[in-house]
Design a protein around this ligand. Structure first.
Ligand SMILES: [Zn+2]
Length: 507
């Protein structure tokens, strides 16, 4: 921790990377706001913290900001941890996992905030404000009438201690405000560089302890970061403006602050704000639609920040290795969700290639199939074969539940008239194909089977090769388009293909 202040003060990223080894264990944290479930922006902030912590041998800490009692959403805290676990970036310390610096819910840390408030009151850096809501409302209205930004007029700064004692004796309600000193120092943000914000010249003294005894974000954030020995704070750009206030609080409390890195906003590709109201930016939505966590992590890091060069297909270990806070730019990151299917296709292919990950896909699909086709069971080898053959074509695992693939799970019903309308040689085609399939029973490949089918079926007199294929596709699947006939046969297996062909063409 001692080194951290130097880094913060020197603000030299080169030295940050250079002395990583000597500042172990780094502690490092993300705070996720509790009013909502995890969305893409939150996932990105969490991921950047996770990558930074893992890259530098630190801990990734999740703390729940739940002091705004009016905005609590039941289940949101668990939902966020569930989603981080789903994404493969679980925190090292959190409400669920615990840790040496707990509790990790702010609502359970009130005594720590009260201690800090007491210290600030005693040193004269904070004061009690007894202004009524009516008075504050009047100040606001007056400012708006003059077209000025409303700010508290700091009136209670000037109460004498006798006046304060008298009001306390009358049991008047109060909040505690932090007395903003004028002439704030500049600070060096690890992304935005030197930043200066003379907060006292534009804002009234901020409330740090509310009437209900709960702290505001500013105080809780400072107290927790300090008490939890946090070394680096990576958070959204929207907090950059508040950082001076936080640093002033550190100074008033006599504490060393952590280093700050503010991450530029994540926006839609047209530059508009990702709206939580759209609902489809919540991670849960992508989980339900069947996206793999790798695809989500890849796309949110592929919009121009933290990595040199964009490329599809990066895995979490690669992200950790390639991540570099120095290449986080101050430009907003533009997220192009239209590209998500391509990210998904690439990562699904990778999952199909790896035996362990393929096993997970198979288990997942077995569950989904049981739900869809009651009582039906499909064995592992069958599903694995299908996945391997369809690799590179599937965007989502759940594509295999669409009507286009139902032939894999149920035998299609085929109209004899349709077949005979296609070719007068339907039964010849049937017996020819059954022979080919019998021959291929023990040893064949997609290439071999395609070649066999082609060389035999091209010799038919009255039926064009492409028509034979159309006919066979219909026989095997009941649909007119889809994978090649040879692939369908290998997916279904030789035995099942023979049954379907015989049933439709040889009876
Ligand atoms: Zn007041």
């Amino acid at each position: 921790m001692k080194k951290m202040k130097e880094i913060c003060g020197a603000g030299n990223l080169q030295s940050l990377n250079g002395i990583t080894g000597s500042m172990n264990p780094q502690r490092h944290f993300v705070e996720l706001h509790m009013e909502s479930f995890l969305h893409l922006g939150g996932l990105r902030t969490a991921l950047y913290n996770y990558l930074f912590a893992k890259k530098h041998g630190g801990n990734f800490i999740l703390r729940l900001e739940d002091t705004d009692r009016s905005r609590l959403v039941p289940g949101a805290a668990d939902g966020i941890e569930d989603m981080l676990e789903w994404a493969g970036i679980p925190p090292d310390e959190s409400p669920r996992r615990g840790g040496l610096f707990g509790p990790y819910e702010q609502s359970q840390r009130l005594s720590l905030y009260h201690e800090a408030v007491q210290a600030l009151l005693e040193s004269g850096s904070a004061y009690r404000c007894f202004c009524t809501p009516q008075r504050l409302e009047l100040i606001k209205k007056e400012a708006l009438r003059r077209r000025q930004t409303p700010r508290y007029d700091n009136r209670c700064r000037h109460l004498t201690s006798a006046q304060v004692q008298e009001k306390l004796a009358q049991n008047l309600p109060f909040v505690v405000r932090f007395q903003l000193p004028s002439g704030a120092h500049s600070f060096q943000d690890l992304v935005f560089g030197w930043t200066h914000h003379d907060v006292a010249s534009v804002e009234g003294d901020p409330v740090i302890l509310k009437g209900d005894g709960f702290p505001t974000y500013h105080l809780a954030n400072v107290v927790d970061d300090y008490k939890m020995a946090v070394s680096h704070v990576l958070r959204g750009e929207e907090w950059l403006i508040s950082t001076t206030k936080h640093l002033l609080l550190y100074r008033a409390l006599g504490w060393r602050p952590p280093a700050y890195a503010h991450l530029p906003l994540l926006l839609n590709k047209d530059g508009s704000k990702l709206s939580k109201r759209q609902g489809d930016i919540f991670i849960q939505h992508f989980v339900q639609r069947g996206y793999l966590p790798d695809a989500m992590l890849d796309i949110i890091t592929n919009c121009g920040s933290g990595f040199t060069g964009n490329q599809i297909g990066r895995t979490l270990p690669e992200l950790i290795e390639q991540y570099n806070l120095q290449s986080v730019s101050t430009h907003s990151a533009l997220l192009d969700l239209d590209k998500l299917p391509e990210f998904s296709r690439v990562h699904l292919s990778r999952w199909i290639e790896g035996a362990d990950m393929r096993a997970q896909l198979v288990a997942r699909l077995q569950t989904l199939l049981r739900e869809k086709y009651k009582d039906a069971t499909f064995d592992r080898e069958y599903i694995e074969r299908i996945l391997v053959l369809r690799k590179g074509h599937l965007i989502l695992l759940t594509d295999l539940l669409s009507p286009d693939y139902s032939y894999l799970w149920v035998r299609p019903s085929v109209q004899q008239e349709d077949l005979h309308r296609l070719s007068s040689e339907a039964s010849e085609i049937g017996s020819l194909v059954v022979q080919i399939l019998h021959k291929s029973r023990h040893d064949t490949s997609l290439e071999l089977l395609s070649r066999e089918l082609k060389s035999h079926l091209q010799q038919l007199k009255a039926t064009k090769y492409s028509t034979s294929m159309q006919l066979l596709r219909l026989v095997l699947s009941g649909i007119k388009k889809g994978p090649s006939v040879a692939e369908m046969m290998l997916s279904l297996g030789v035995e099942e293909s023979i049954i379907r062909v015989q049933k439709a063409l040889c009876s």
